[in-house]
Design a protein. Structure first.
Length: 318
């Protein structure tokens, strides 16, 4: 990965106190999977000379305990050192620590301060997180238009989570005028980056014909993409499409496979549908015990139709 002569030159410069070389050497050790403790040594040498990138990396190492004994206090110290030098990733990391109370007392005010500093440096994930704080009024007055502003800036930089959220904001008219076409556009952008929640949302739009022409085959395509990434509602919808033969040739085995995957993860509508499938015995052999078992699982999660059906079975009123 690295030329031996390049490594040798970097080591010589690092030994003579060149902070940039020390930081580069630390990265070499990390990227080649060599001794992480040596990486932390060189990282510290550079950090103590005020190298912002090294301070950020050392803070991350203390935070995770990678190549060094975990120490949140020291992580915070070095991240703050880096952040004060306007290192945007360090500012973002600090903001998230304060937002989540990760090793520090939770503080929306501190989180907002650091996230805004990172966002104004055009860091896409910080722009998204800042937008979410505006949306929910965390550490700042709730302002859906400012939320939209920052999330759109992030989305335009290609951050898939922001693109998916922006698509939803357009579809719901949240912080902007409702526009299903623009909503579908941004969902496509995120879905094409293999972002599973966007793939699911896009499938729903194709199934409903909102912002796009109704197209069950495309809905099936995106449901399948999302289902394969463990989006539970997508697994349920994919199972239903296989069961009904919509957008694809009917395949009872695949329908059962995907419905059961969703049901096993506690999705009560999938549990209810499995119960119905076993009770009716149309596409699988009738099995009353299995049907009632799945209905009970759904009913225990407050699925009203499952509760009503069980009551009818109990009273023999079907």
């Amino acid at each position: 990965m690295y030329d031996p002569e390049e490594i040798n030159e970097c080591e010589n410069a690092a030994i003579f106190g060149d902070a940039s070389a020390q930081f580069k050497l630390a990265l070499m050790y990390i990227n080649t999977g060599k001794n992480p403790y040596v990486a932390s040594y060189w990282c510290r040498q550079a950090a103590e000379q005020g190298h912002a990138g090294a301070q950020y990396l050392l803070g991350l190492m203390y935070k995770s305990g990678d190549g060094i004994n975990q120490d949140i206090e020291k992580a915070l110290y070095w991240l703050e050192k880096s952040a004060e030098q306007d290192n945007a990733p360090a500012q973002h990391c600090l903001g998230l620590m304060y937002l989540k109370g990760n090793g520090v007392d939770k503080s929306y005010i501190e989180a907002f301060y650091w996230l805004k500093r990172a966002a104004t440096q055009n860091l896409a994930n910080a722009q998204y997180d800042l937008g979410i704080m505006y949306l929910y009024g965390e550490g700042v007055h709730q302002d859906s238009k400012k939320a939209f502003y920052w999330i759109e800036k992030s989305a335009k930089q290609g951050f898939p989570r922001a693109q998916e959220f922006l698509g939803t904001m357009y579809s719901e008219g949240n912080g902007t005028d409702k526009d299903y076409v623009k909503g579908a556009y941004w969902l496509h952008e995120a879905a094409n980056q293999d972002f599973a929640p966007a793939q699911y949302d896009l499938a729903i739009m194709y199934a409903d014909g909102k912002g796009v022409n109704k197209d069950i085959e495309k809905a099936f395509y995106w449901f399948k993409k999302a289902a394969e990434q463990d989006i539970i509602p997508a697994q349920y919808n994919l199972g239903i499409l296989y069961l009904d033969g919509c957008g694809i040739e009917q395949d009872v085995d695949k329908a059962f496979y995907w419905l059961k995957k969703a049901a096993d993860k506690g999705f009560n509508e999938a549990q209810y549908r499995l119960g119905i499938i076993f009770l009716e015995g149309k596409v699988v052999e009738q099995n009353m015990s299995a049907g009632i078992l799945w209905l009970l699982k759904a009913a225990n999660q407050n699925h009203k139709r499952a509760q009503e059906l069980l009551e009818k079975l109990k009273n023999n009123t079907l």
